[in-house]
Design a protein around this ligand. Structure first.
Ligand code: NAD
Ligand code: AHE
Ligand code: ZN
Length: 375
């Protein structure tokens, strides 16, 4: 198949909010600096649902969504040296070129090499898509497009991992779990003994709890409007639970009252701007730090009294938990293999690619954390 167009099945989002359609998609061979990957397993993340909803300013249609996956390299384009056919890989929506201003700064995991192209659904080389259906181009998504049996990614957007790792599990290391762990370890740098609040107990929030537990937090307060989340959350380190619906007072006040003035660190893992405000305002005066992890819709803005920051609270955000993707995803895979981090525990459902619309429906049900599709 090397050098040839591959026709395979992919779930195409033709329009916002319209059920995805399994199509025969033509996938062009990888050009210079590109890698064609056979996707074996992909999970769904809340961000896929967000873009599908039409509220993502970078969401273009028709497109192939999906960004939390694992597979095997099928072929590589000219000049690609770091992976070869047969390598087991995880696509990385957050690239790492090691050459750009961002990568060399030592201050961020963001990479500038291909971001301009991935934000508009095309490849960097010729600003075109490698996907088409009967000659009609289909946009890429986040530089990954994993809801397809084959995808083409930039070489700076693919992490080579231990071939022994079970791909049906480690696909989760493409987004949600690293995001939560890294928000704690890299972005907030939570210290032992800290009091932590986690807003939203989906996969990302639970991974924050797990990260906080390993960092030695003394209290991990989980906040969710679905009280059923507490039982599961206990297994990830949550020590206390608050449902904002059980209280008349604003949730930030409830938390401040229960923590002698506020928490040391808070994490918003929902994508709701009023919760982001509450997450900042439940932080302790003088040092409390709040990390925005959730992705909010186009047009939404955060606000608070500047006095909150004047008096020492800090507002931060994180993308992919601050992890350098190509360097650290393989390391996270090793940590999983050594049983130092959970992955299996986040997988509540397993389906197949043709059942993808059912998988999206499941996301809105309380009992679903991650649904892994066999592609
Ligand atoms: P999810 O839908 O599985 O979890 C969200 C949780 O929030 C659910 O348990 C829900 O009951 C709860 N919730 C909803 N509204 C609430 C409210 N008002 N108060 C309290 N709890 C509420 O989502 P997920 O896959 O865990 O993703 C969480 C967020 O993180 C999404 O916005 C996603 O787009 C974003 N995300 C960001 C990054 C990043 O790099 N920054 C990476 C992955 C995901
Ligand atoms: N296009 C969206 C941006 C969404 C966003 O912030 N994405 C996160 C990853 S979410 C993964 O589930 C991210 O990494 N952002 C940094 C980047 O470079 O995109 C919007 O709302 O505009
Ligand atoms: Zn994601």
């Amino acid at each position: 198949t090397q050098g040839q167009v591959i026709t395979c099945k992919a779930a195409v989002a033709w329009e916002a909010n319209k059920p995805l359609v399994i199509e025969d998609v033509q996938v062009a061979p990888p050009q210079a600096g590109e890698v064609r990957v056979k996707i074996l397993f992909t999970a769904l993340c809340h961000t896929d649902a967000y873009t599908w909803s039409g509220k993502d300013p970078e969401g273009l249609f028709p497109c192939i969504l999906g960004h939390e996956a694992a597979g095997v390299v099928e072929s590589v384009g000219e000049g690609v040296t770091e992976v070869q056919p047969g390598d087991h890989v995880i696509p990385c929506y957050q690239a790492e070129c090691r050459e750009c201003k961002f990568c060399k700064s030592g201050k961020t995991n963001l990479c500038g090499k291909v971001r301009a192209a991935t934000g508009v659904g095309v490849m960097m080389n010729d600003r075109k898509s490698r996907f088409s259906v009967n000659g009609k181009p289909i946009y890429h998504f986040m530089g990954t497009s994993t809801f397809s049996q084959y995808t083409v990614v930039h070489d700076v957007s693919v992490a080579k991992i231990n071939p022994q790792a079970p791909l049906e599990k480690v696909c989760l290391l493409g987004c949600g779990v690293p995001t939560g762990l890294g928000a704690v370890w890299n972005t907030a740098k939570v210290e032992e003994g800290s009091i932590v609040a986690v807003f939203g107990l989906g996969t990302v929030g639970l991974a924050v709890a797990e990260g906080a537990k390993t960092a030695g937090a003394s209290r991990i307060i989980g906040i969710d409007i679905d009280s059923k989340k507490y039982d599961v959350a206990k297994n990830f380190g949550v020590t206390e639970f608050i449902n904002p619906k059980d209280h008349d007072k604003p949730i930030q006040q409830v938390i401040v009252d229960q923590t002698d003035g506020g928490v040391d660190y808070s994490f918003e893992c929902i994508g709701n701007v009023s919760v982001m405000r509450a997450a900042l305002e439940c932080c302790h005066k003088g040092w409390g730090t709040s990390v925005i992890v959730g992705v909010a819709a186009s047009g939404q803005e955060i606000s608070t009294r500047p006095f909150q920051l004047v008096t020492g609270r800090v507002w931060k955000g994180t993308a992919f938990g601050g992890f350098k993707s190509r360097s650290q995803v393989p390391w996270l895979v090793e940590k999983y293999m050594n049983k130092e981090i959970k992955v299996d525990e986040y997988i509540t459902h397993s389906l197949t690619l043709p059942e993808i619309n059912k998988a999206f429906d499941l996301m809105h049900e309380g009992g679903c954390l991650r649904c892994v599709l066999s592609v």
